[in-house]
Write a protein that binds this ligand. Structure first.
Ligand code: PLP
Length: 361
């Protein structure tokens, strides 16, 4: 029997997508070859990349002012590529929010390229809360402003747009991209690797305003230069064809089966609400990680139990009951139920039942 996959990433994918991917490993009918052996220079693959772009533009309503590029190196490489493009030689300061594990990782690579100001640091609160917008004092002449929309490890998420008009707004959306509608055109650059909501690991999607590429500092190796990837239509070097094909299947699923991001957001909110309800009704047995419910993530539901022993027992029994991937991130411990797009309501209900039974046993 398949386990129910609540892993923080790589995460669950839609069952129908997995079935199609399985078939494509044997043979992509219109090509007559396994997807694992189709050239990235084939017309078929060019059409795959084109349809991904088309589907994502449709899902987001993304205008042509913004380019879409498929990259490698994960979100982690973006932590370096962004300051190389926007901070190097700018004479300006980049502004970052430090709200958890992943935004903390995003800051040191930027310091190689220039001055960085951390506008708000969540460490004193143990990364258990997010700043209120009025606590953020943005500078109108920053090189750019960078934040992480959903802190995957802690399970805290911004539910509104941040930043100052006129300052490039850059966002790591790795763990909540395509989970809800948002105004993508208001971001100068956003990026998300695949393995949380979009597909398998190996591909990272970047969306950026084309005019950011008009002034690229000298000395950037071509493989780290967005222009090289844009000019080569995302095949500057051999890309992960299989992973990209699965991303295509996921975008088709979102468009044709889910029916778009409004519908996806309704389903995602329902899943998270049910889990948080179990937490809130447990009389403190389950303690949510976010101190303020307004900061709770709809993608990663993080909580702990009254003792490490109970936590270990919870994980053991959950494992026996077929729930996988519930252990919190190694840096944080606790429990984390990741309920990415492809996680079904039925699976969430099963977990809620398990949690209620465990709390009263
Ligand atoms: C998982 C994650 C990353 C790391 O991505 P890699 O693909 O491993 O480089 C970065 N940012 C966020 C928000 C994540 O959830």
């Amino acid at each position: 029997m398949n386990e129910l996959n609540f892993s923080g990433g790589p995460g669950v994918l839609p069952a129908g997508v997995l079935a199609e991917a399985q078939q494509a490993i044997q043979c992509v009918p219109e090509v007559g070859l396994s997807v694992l052996g189709i050239s990235h220079r084939s017309d078929w693959f060019a059409a795959v990349v084109e349809e991904i772009e088309h589907n994502i533009r449709r899902l987001l309503g993304l205008p042509q002012s913004h380019a879409l590029i498929l990259l490698q190196g994960g979100a982690t490489l973006q932590f370096s590529m962004i300051p190389m493009l926007l901070l190097r030689d700018s004479g300006k300061t980049a502004e970052y929010l430090r709200t958890g594990y992943w935004s903390s990782k995003s800051i040191p690579p930027a310091r190689f390229e220039g001055d960085v100001r951390v506008l708000w640091d969540g460490e004193p609160s143990g990364f258990r809360r997010l700043p209120r917008p009025e606590a953020l004092h943005f500078s109108p002449d920053a090189a750019y402003f960078h934040y992480v929309s959903n802190e995957t490890v802690e399970g805290i998420q911004f539910h509104d747009l941040l930043g100052l008009e006129g300052v490039p707004r850059v966002c790591d959306m790795s763990s909540d991209f395509l989970s809800r509608p948002f105004d993508a055109a208001r971001f100068d650059m956003l990026y998300a690797h695949a393995q949380k909501n979009l597909g398998p690991a190996g591909v990272t999607l970047a969306i950026l305003r084309r005019d950011l590429l008009e002034q690229v500092p000298a000395g950037i190796p071509p493989i780290l230069d967005y222009r090289a990837h844009l000019d080569a239509r995302s095949i500057y070097n051999t890309p992960p064809v299989f992973a990209i094909y699965v991303v295509l299947l996921v975008t088709r699923w979102l468009l044709h089966e889910v029916g778009g991001l409004e519908q996806m957001a309704v389903i995602n909110a329902r899943k998270a609400e049910r889990l948080y309800q179990v937490i809130d009704e447990s009389a403190g047995f389950y303690e949510g990680w976010a101190l303020d419910p307004a900061d709770r993530s709809l993608m990663n539901v993080s909580f702990r139990l009254p003792s490490p022993e109970l936590q270990a027992d919870f994980l053991r029994q959950a494992g026996e009951a077929g729930f996988s991937g519930l252990a919190g991130h190694r840096s944080l411990g606790g429990i984390r139920a990741s309920v990415y797009n492809a996680m079904t309501i039925e699976a969430v209900d099963a977990l809620c039942d398990f949690m209620r039974r465990f709390a009263t046993a």
